[in-house]
Design a binder for this molecule. Structure first.
Ligand code: ZN
Length: 718
């Protein structure tokens, strides 16, 4: 950790009118009556800090390195708040909205690597009392004693020590908590540090060439040097040890920078080598143990990096790479498998699930012999290799699954993290109020499995933990923003409150109840010692569009990701409406080739910037023209500003910039011609057959029709 001395002024996105409105929204939210506030998450507008100017400014400030561990390697860096935006006290402490009001505070933003981010999450324990809600950061800092060190405020050298073997040691209790919480002695990080320290050691050598030593130590003034924060601590210790041998004068950490020449000027070779040897051990032995700051130590589930499925039922070979996070957001990366029926989408989900739960559990879910390819079941013809599923993670060893010679699953035996999987049939028996356990991965494999009835479990939760689930459910169900709607529980059951209207869940449609039951089961399976907002794991859902109203199809993926930002979702669909909310590289189209082998379509366009009608035309799906939710938000803001601009000239600049952003993203106009083409595609999709010569005729007819529409419209335009 390197101390950040002084920050340049904040990027304008943190202070412009949109940011001011976002701050006001949080202040108003925190002012709501308890019942409404506790059952909703604070309305954090991620766009204020997840943008290029903020990222670039932090990149400069932290020299492209993680603010906590100084690595450059552990995946793409994310912009995060040092004081988290929610659940800082752990969910049981009932501080769901600490420190939402610091979400857009420049001094609270930090560049963090994936490894640190996934370990820290929203943990932020403090010793003693917390500052009051809405207190400005300077006051919060002065008033609190947090367990986690802040590179923008604390002096790392007082709390952390390092040794040449790459290990990090605690000098204080707070140092110990920081090491424990962020796992600063994780294996790959220690290796990286050791390699950097060896470079320094090599340059110091036997101390014979004092100029080289001075040069090596002076270079540590540059913030770009690898692990320079920890190296400065080593430099200080080295110089202090030399000074003690030659003249016994002491100096402060900051002075070390200026005293290199004078200290070394008096030193001999053996002073340098003797001083270097002291860096093999921590300065003070075991000052404080490295302990996680939170008593509810969080189970850590690494994120999937690569999926390889070979010779698994109808699948010949499928390879998918996944990023750790969605670009420009705090959500985990997701995967959407798109394809028509019988392209093996469910099979891929089954393969991934079986590998993740480990070979022992896999044997209880499926028969190993059944997953081996078989020509009679549509598996590829001709000789095939052994069945193999390989899941690699962004950290740690991979999970592998084979079929052993005894006809049972073999490979990685232990489960890798928390895995929940749902088949395309997601029902529960309405009248059956039986206490049952959550299904885990069972729903994907057992068609007769029904979802547990949600009401009893919600009743059992009690008033202490219900708000945590209510907050997550409000996001999954895409309830209107607070204070308009929230979930409420009393002796009569669970209600959705919207204004004056209280609707018991039992009075909603069956489709709604099914989604509700699935969401509750998911949250139940992910709930642990901390708020579900921090839960990690993998959730697989086959045919996510089932039971969904079109409006919900367009919202479902974004809603799930927002509700559970650290969960990796692997979903399948044949409905392009569900592609909204997916980022670059997150959609894969499965297809059957002419030889009946199943694989992935190559070179797909990125759907994230596209309007839905563009997705539809590009992939030959059909639906009415609609806007993607992020883009819709731009529009909404634009229209809201236009409405209020009559009496507020100060928003004119923002209106201009919004108009520009909207124009940039709108690649095609919403013309009559486009609408006619989409209608034709719609009709085509409704009537087409799966494959064969009739399908070819239909496809040809559609093409001719589109040609007609195109040329007619051109004539009209002329
Ligand atoms: Zn880090």
């Amino acid at each position: 950790m390197r101390r950040i001395e002084q920050r340049p002024p904040p990027p304008s996105t943190l202070t412009d009118s949109e940011a001011l409105a976002a701050r006001r929204a949080i202040a108003e939210f925190l002012d709501l009556p308890d019942e409404q506030r506790e059952s909703r998450r604070a309305p954090i507008n991620e766009k204020i800090f997840h943008n290029e100017p903020v990222r670039e400014a932090l990149n400069q400030l932290f020299a492209g390195k993680c603010g906590y561990c100084e690595t450059t390697r552990a995946g793409p860096m994310v912009v995060e708040q040092h004081r988290p935006t929610s659940n800082a006290g752990g969910s049981r402490k009932r501080m769901p909205h600490y420190y939402s009001w610091l979400a857009y505070d420049w001094e609270n933003l930090i560049l963090v690597c994936q490894a640190c981010s996934q370990r820290k999450r929203n943990q932020f324990p403090v010793r003693g009392a917390r500052a009051p809600v809405m207190a400005p950061l300077a006051r919060v800092r002065a008033q609190e004693t947090p367990q986690l060190l802040d590179p923008g405020y604390d002096r790392p050298e007082r709390h952390l020590d390092f040794t040449l073997d790459g290990m990090c040691h605690a000098r204080s209790k707070r140092g110990g908590s920081t090491i424990g919480t962020l796992d600063l002695n994780r294996m790959d990080l220690v290796e990286e540090r050791r390699a950097a320290y060896q470079q320094l050691q090599y340059r110091i050598g036997d101390g014979h060439d004092l100029r080289a030593v001075i040069e090596a130590l002076t270079e540590l003034d540059a913030n770009e040097a690898p692990f320079v924060g920890s190296m400065r601590i080593l430099r200080y210790r080295l110089l202090s040890a030399i000074a003690e041998r030659v003249s016994h004068f002491s100096f402060s950490f900051e002075d070390a920078q200026h005293l290199i020449e004078s200290v070394l000027g008096e030193a001999r070779e053996d002073d340098v080598t003797a001083a270097l040897r002291t860096l093999d051990r921590p300065e003070r032995a075991a000052e404080a143990a490295a302990t996680p700051a939170s008593p509810a130590a969080l189970p850590f589930t690494p994120q999937i990096r690569r999926i390889l499925v070979e010779n698994f039922r109808v699948i010949d070979r499928i390879e998918i790479n996944m990023e750790a996070i969605k670009r420009e957001s705090s959500s985990a990366a997701a995967l959407m498998l798109l394809g028509e029926n019988a392209t093996g989408k469910s099979t891929v989900l089954e393969a991934i699930t079986l590998a993740l739960v480990g070979a022992d559990k896999a044997d209880t879910l499926a028969k190993a012999r059944d997953v081996e390819p078989d020509a009679r079941r549509g598996g590829h013809r001709g000789p095939h290799g052994p069945t193999r599923v390989l899941i690699e993670f962004h950290e740690g060893p991979p999970a592998e699954l084979f079929v052993g010679p005894d006809g049972k699953f073999d490979g990685t035996r232990e489960p890798r993290g928390n895995v929940l999987a749902y088949g395309s049939r997601r029902y529960f028996k309405a009248g059956r109020r039986i206490r049952s356990r959550t299904g885990g991965p069972k729903g994907l494999f057992d068609p007769s499995w029904t979802l547990p009835h949600p009401d009893l479990w919600l009743e059992d939760l009690g008033p202490d933990r219900f708000p945590e689930i209510a907050r997550a459910l409000a996001e999954i169900l895409s309830l209107p923003p607070p204070p308009a709607a929230f979930l409420k529980q009393d002796e009569r059951g669970v209600y959705i409150v919207e204004g004056e209207l209280e609707t018991p869940l039992s009075r909603h449609s069956e489709g709604y109840r099914s989604i509700f039951a699935t969401a509750v089961d998911m949250l139940r399976g992910l709930m642990g010692g901390v708020d579900v907002l921090d839960a990690q794991g993998v959730v697989l859902i086959d045919e996510v569009e089932t039971h969904l109203h079109p409006r919900w199809k367009m919202l479902v993926v974004s809603a799930l990701r927002k509700a559970l930002p650290r969960v990796q979702f692997i979903l399948t669909t044949h409905d392009p409406l569900c592609l909204r909310g997916m980022g670059p590289g997150e959609v894969q189209v499965m297809m059957r080739d002419p030889t009946n082998r199943i694989g992935l379509a190559p070179d797909l366009p990125d759907v994230s910037g596209m309007r839905i009608d563009q997705i539809l035309t590009s992939e030959h799906f059909g639906m009415q023209s609609t806007l993607d939710p992020d883009f819709q938000a731009l529009f909404d803001r634009y229209h809201a500003l236009l409405r209020e601009s009559r009496d507020k000239p100060e928003v004119a600049g923002e209106i201009d910039s919004l108009r520009k952003r909207i124009n940039e993203r709108q690649r095609l106009g919403q013309t009559e011609r486009e609408r006619l083409m989409l209608e034709a595609i719609d009709r085509h999709l409704a009537t087409r057959v799966a494959a064969g010569p009739v399908r070819e005729q239909q496809d040809a007819a559609l093409e001719a029709q589109i040609d007609d529409i195109w040329s007619e419209a051109t004539v009209e335009a002329e």
